[in-house]
Design a protein around this ligand. Sequence first.
Ligand code: PLP
Length: 368
Amino acid sequence: MRNIIPVANPKIDKKEAYQVYKTVLSKWITMGSNVKKFEEKIKKYIGTNFAIAMNNGTSTLDALLSALNIKKDDEIIVPSFTYISTANVVLYKKAKLVLCDVDKNTFNLTLEEIKKKITKKTKLIITVDIKGLPIDYDEIKKIKKKYNIPIICDSAEAFGSEYKNSKVGSQFLAHSFSFFANKNITTGEGGAITTNNKKLYNKLKIIRNQGQEGRYNHTHLGNNYRMTDINASIGLAQINKINKIIKDKNLIAKRYNKYFSKIKEIELPVLPKYVSQHSWYNYCIKVDPKLRDKLIRYLTKNKIETRISFPPIHIQPYYKKNLIFKKKDFLISNKIYSQIIDLPIWSGLSLKQQNYIIRKVSSFFTKK
Ligand SMILES: *Cc1c(COP(=O)(O)O)cnc(C)c1O
C-alpha cells in the first residue's frame, strides 16, 4: 500500500458537488433556504422541536453560553479530557473554568466527579460525549434535580449516536454538534444546536445574527455565527448518508473488536449498555504507555495514520500559563492520555485496508 490510510475520511462524492454547484449558480450563497432545509432535516433526524445551524461547532458552544447569560466569575464545570473548544468558550466569557476529571472507561464525566466541583457559584455544566460515546444522561440529570444547575452537552462528536434508543440531542437543555470534515457528517466547517426549549431557540437565532431583531436593531450582544447556504448544501447531501456511515463504522468497529480482543496488550473501547447505537467518531484503543508511542511509530512507518485525541486541557500550554491546576485532580485524564490511540475508521475504508490495519497492529505485538 503506497498511500497513507487516513484516520478519518469524509464520505463525499458528486452528490455534494452537485448541491454546491446548484447553490452557487442560484447566487444565494449566504444563509438562506438551504440552511433552513438543513435545520429541518437535523431536527427530524434527532427528534427535537428545534435545530439551529451555525458556522462551526465552537460557535454553537459560544452562542449557548451567551444565550445562558454566562458572565465574568460564573463557575462552569467542563471535563479536562476534551477538545480545546469546550474550555475556550468559558474563557471567552471571562467565566471561571472548573475542570473535572473523567471516567477511565468511558472517558466521560461522572456524577461523582461533577459533584465534587459544584459550589454556590456553579452556573453551568458542559458535558462532552467524547469519541461520540454518549454520557449517561439520566445519571447526570440527577444533578439538575438536586442543584437546579443547567446542563448542556458538547455532542460535537456524537451525531447519530443513540442513548436508550433515542438519538443524542434531546436529553439535556441543549446539545451542540460540529460538522467539521472529520466528524460523522460534514459541511466543511459547520455546527448545529438541538433543543426543545423555544425561548432558548429564539434567543440563539438572535445571537447567531449579530444580536439583531429587525433590521439594524441590535437587542443582544451577538456575533456572526451564520452558516452559509453553500455549506448547508453539502450538509443536505451528507445527512442522507448518515445511516450508511454509521452502519459502516459499526461493521468496522465490530471487526476490530473481534481481532483485537485476541491481543492481550490491547484494551478495547468500552460500550456501556445505555448506548443503543454508537456512531464511532473514533475507534480508540488503550495500550501500555511504554508501548504506545512505539506502536504509533510502527503504524506510521506502515502508512497507517493514528491520532492521540486529545491532550487534556490542563496540560495545554496556554492554560498552564494562565490558570492554576492541581495535578492530582486529573490522574485519570493523564493516564488515559498516556494510553490512547485512535485507529482509522470511516465509511469507505475497504475490507482490504481493514485487514491490513488488523494485520499490522497484530504483528507489532507478536514481534515485540
Ligand atoms: C470538533 C469538536 C468541537 C469543535 O467543533 P468545530 O466545528 O471544529 O469548531 C468541539 N468539541 C469537541 C469535543 C469536538 O470534537
